[in-house]
Write a protein that binds this ligand. Structure first.
Ligand code: ARG
Length: 463
């Protein structure tokens, strides 16, 4: 079959070469965006008098009919037509005849493909933001139910100091809020139109790029035609924001996986987010959490893939760019689904409040309380630290905890210690007393829950 670019060629590619060069197997995901871009372009061509209104009407009717066929799943694409742009143009010619050939006036596939990707990511990020927001909603809701749920806080995976479970959940709320902000900023760079840059240098036709941009809903156009067709920063930014988002989800998943284990039993995921084993009848595996953790690898890979593709490319278009799409689609699909799964998993998970609190009772996570108690009674903190360290060592040898040490022993160690030490040592009070701004104290966490609710409400009202 003759290629749309075949004029200069005597010979033909063999089909396996065509297959290597083709992108249609994946770039058909941008078919709707490609048609939308063409519709805007054609109306600009008529608006500026580059083609007649009658020609534009014909082409637009053909494009609308393709849009309909696409929505009904009635367009089949072929490798011979290489990519989505040429597949659609070939279909358009079949719909409206030779006038279809006027559509590509003052346009190149270079600015066309870049425009499609801007439109695709605009759609994706617009779907993504409410999903992040929904997950933040779920986190805040769970947090509000767990302000007084005590859990061990860890550093180095060792019991460190007790925490409110709500505080732990709100830490993820904060991370997801930053993620959302990053994507909102990313949108500013996505919302710029390359179309009208043509191959690389602009065009001799009297086009009106601002007219096209308005039709397509872009708030800006690229200032430099060379930059417009060479730029993939907006995708890299998307991939990098996605990598950070997935890293957050993955860390949370790691914790969920631990918390579901027999050793922890802090939470239970519902059956709908778990799977069984084909051999061990007792198993209930947190597969979805493991998969999100695992898929983080491909999202990182997609970022590194594109960074590597880009690093040696001279301006402007190089066919290497065709490698920018699969990773972008894959990341988009992965993060959209991962967010749905995370929200569902956290929303429906059962929190074993007693088990969590119990884990703070037979440990030394109240050692800081004792040191702080001494320090607040005038003992320099470094000295207090030393005293408590020694006492922990002696308790370990005796197989007891700080709350089991008698008052007389305490008073022998330091006479400032009174009977009120025991209430200070309870993990509940250890949490309650941490009133410092941003700390885990109930009063602070309650404020954080409220602030998050207000923030989410405000975001929804301004959307
Ligand atoms: N399929 C190509 C891509 O994805 C479209 C742009 C082709 N441009 C060109 N000059 N060969 O990059």
């Amino acid at each position: 079959m003759a290629k749309l670019w075949g004029g200069r060629f005597d010979g033909q590619n063999e089909s396996w070469i065509d297959a290597f060069g083709a992108s249609i197997s994946f770039d058909q995901k941008m078919a709707a965006q490609d048609i939308k871009g063409s519709l805007a372009h054609v109306s600009m061509l008529a608006h500026t008098g580059i083609i007649t209104a009658a020609e534009a009407d014909k082409i637009s009717a053909g494009l609308n009919s393709l849009q309909e066929k696409l929505a009904q799943g009635n367009l089949e694409f072929t490798i011979e037509n290489e990519d989505i742009h040429m597949n659609l143009e070939t279909y358009l010619a079949a719909e409206v005849g030779p006038v279809a050939g006027k559509l590509h006036t003052a346009r190149s596939r270079n600015d066309q493909v870049a425009t499609d990707m801007h439109l695709y990511l605009k759609d994706t990020v617009s779907q993504l933001i409410p999903k992040i927001q929904h997950f933040r909603d779920v986190l805040v809701e769970k947090a509000s139910e767990n302000v007084h749920t005590i859990m061990p806080g860890y550093t180095h995976m060792q019991h460190a100091q007790p925490l409110s479970f709500a505080h732990h959940l709100l830490a993820y709320y904060e991370m997801l809020t930053r993620d959302q902000t990053r994507f909102i900023e990313n949108l500013q760079r996505i919302d710029v139109m390359p179309l009208g840059s043509a191959a690389l240098a602009g065009t001799t036709f009297p086009i009106d790029r601002f007219f096209t941009a308005e039709k397509l809903g872009f708030s800006q156009v690229y200032n430099n035609s060379l930059d417009a067709v060479s730029d993939r920063d907006f995708i890299l930014e998307f991939l990098s924001n996605s990598a950070i988002l997935m890293m957050h989800l993955s860390r949370f998943c790691e914790e969920l996986i631990l918390w579901c284990s027999h050793e922890f039993q802090f939470v239970e995921l519902t059956d709908s987010f778990s799977t069984g084993s084909s051999i061990m009848p007792q198993k209930k595996n947190p597969d979805m959490a493991e998969l999100i953790r695992g898929k983080t690898g491909r999202v990182y890979g997609n970022l590194f893939g594109l960074l590597t593709v880009m690093k040696g490319l001279p301006l402007a278009y190089n066919k290497d760019f065709q490698e920018d799409k699969e990773g972008m689609f894959d990341t988009a699909e992965t993060i959209l689904t991962s967010l749905d799964i995370m929200a569902g998993m956290i929303d429906t998970m059962k929190v074993n409040k007693e088990q969590m609190a119990k884990a703070t009772e037979s440990d030394f996570s109240n050692a800081t309380e004792l040191a702080d108690y001494l320090a607040s009674h005038g003992v320099p903190f470094r000295e207090a630290h030393e005293i408590v360290g020694k006492l922990v060592l002696s308790c370990l040898k005796r197989g007891i905890y700080l709350q089991d040490v008698s008052l007389s022993e305490y008073q022998q160690i330091q006479d400032v210690i009174g009977p009120d030490i025991y209430e200070k040592l309870s993990s509940y009070n250890a949490v309650k007393n941490r009133h410092s701004y941003g700390g885990t104290g109930f009063s602070q966490v309650e404020k954080q829950v409220k602030a998050a609710q207000v923030q989410l409400q405000k975001e929804k009202e301004t959307q």
